[in-house]
Design a protein around this ligand. Structure first.
Ligand SMILES: [Cu+2]
Length: 376
């Protein structure tokens, strides 16, 4: 039945965990409306035949003007039934929407960047791919999407998921591919002359293959304009050293000077600490409370004065145009890893905040080494 209807409606195969449910609602709505229009058509034909001769109004039998001729209770029952059917569609659809908007907590986070006219993806292990999104089959994946230029939209027809990608905001979408395979993804928001070429391939792999595929991907390139990344000068780090996305975010924060005002250890400075910020409720200067989600945090970097945090001065500069989209993605991932509660804080670090390369060894570590003698 599903297969027949799917082919009749020219729908692609259902390849994600939500696709079948979405189609079933689609079938129910289509079949109900088809049946309804069929009944209306039949009734119209019947009345055309029954009353086709021209008659003066007086000739029309009074019974034809007086409703359906059915008992009132039947009429009311039919109306209530129709209403219930459509409210039912709405309830089912709303529950599906909530499901589509709520990524499972164990979903694998992947960052997607849209630009005219291509898609690129960044994985938690710090690798990146362009035009091909690698996902594990049978596992939920959460895509956090940003745009570098205009509005795009990510659409995988076989998964029945679609979400706009809006500059200056982070939008999220999740899906779970049911089986390994290749699935086409399209940009479905007209975005310029190359729009029709803005496609991507979603490649779902089995668990074993997935790990290998990710390892084979090239390291993510953060296209930072300055000289910092061309010649990574941090002592002990080889050029092109492999970093996780969060570690890259930590570096971006250090290089971009965020740590002059923010701390990764829970103590407020010129700006609020980043510990426990991601996903928390923050209070704005006007007393309003707001969820510090990826979208709000991105806005805070691009337009810090739009919504000011209570108890802080409007001194943060705007980073609009200064941070590239992958850098924003890396920063957000870093903020996410700092989202633990302040009560669970480790003791304040001795090293200057935000200098990951410098760690003062504890006494036990230095025993027998010449470190202490050398230190001033
Ligand atoms: Cu596009």
């Amino acid at each position: 039945m599903n297969e027949l209807l799917r082919r009749m409606l020219f729908l692609p195969p259902q390849s994600s965990s939500v696709a079948l449910k979405i189609d079933q609602l689609h079938y129910a709505v289509i079949l109900t409306t088809l049946l309804g229009s069929l009944l209306v058509g039949l009734a119209a034909a019947y009345f055309l035949l029954r009353y086709h001769h021209r008659a003066a109004p007086a000739d029309v039998p009074a019974s034809a003007m007086a409703g359906s001729g059915l008992p009132r209770s039947v009429e009311l029952g039919a109306a209530a039934f129709l209403l219930a059917v459509f409210v039912g569609f709405w309830v089912v659809g709303f529950r599906q929407l909530v499901e589509l908007e709520t990524p499972p907590p164990n979903a694998l986070p992947i960052q997607a960047v849209a630009k005219q006219w291509m898609w690129s993806f960044a994985y938690p292990n710090g690798r990146g791919s362009k035009g091909v999104l690698y996902v594990p089959a049978g596992h939920p994946v959460r895509l956090s999407m940003i745009s570098r230029d205009v509005i795009h939209s990510f659409f995988v027809p076989e998964f029945r998921v679609k979400k706009d990608v809006v500059p200056g905001r982070v939008t999220e979408l999740w899906f779970e591919a049911l089986a390994p395979g290749n699935y086409a993804a399209y940009c479905t928001e007209y975005c310029g002359e190359g729009h029709s070429t803005m496609r991507a391939q979603v490649v779902a792999l089995s668990d074993a293959e997935y790990g290998l595929a990710l390892e084979r991907l090239p390291p993510l390139e953060l296209d930072v304009a300055g000289p910092v990344y061309r010649e990574p000068a941090v002592a002990g780090l080889a050029p092109r050293e492999q970093l996780s996305l969060a570690a890259m975010g930590e570096r971006v924060a250090t290089e971009r000077g965020c740590m002059r005002c923010h701390t990764p250890d829970g103590s407020p400075h010129i700006g609020p600490s980043w510990v426990g910020m991601y996903g928390s409720l923050v209070t704005l200067a006007d007393g309003q409370q707001l969820l510090a989600d990826a979208a709000y945090l991105t806005e805070s970097m691009m337009d810090p004065r739009a919504r000011l945090r209570q108890g802080f001065q409007p001194v943060m500069p705007s980073y609009q145009g200064l941070l590239s989209a992958p850098e924003v993605g890396a920063l957000l991932e870093y903020l996410r890893t700092l989202a633990y509660r302040p009560s669970a804080l480790p003791p304040a670090p001795l090293s200057p905040a935000g200098s990951p390369g410098i760690q003062l060894p504890s006494a036990a570590d230095t025993r027998g080494s010449s470190y202490q003698e050398e230190a001033p």
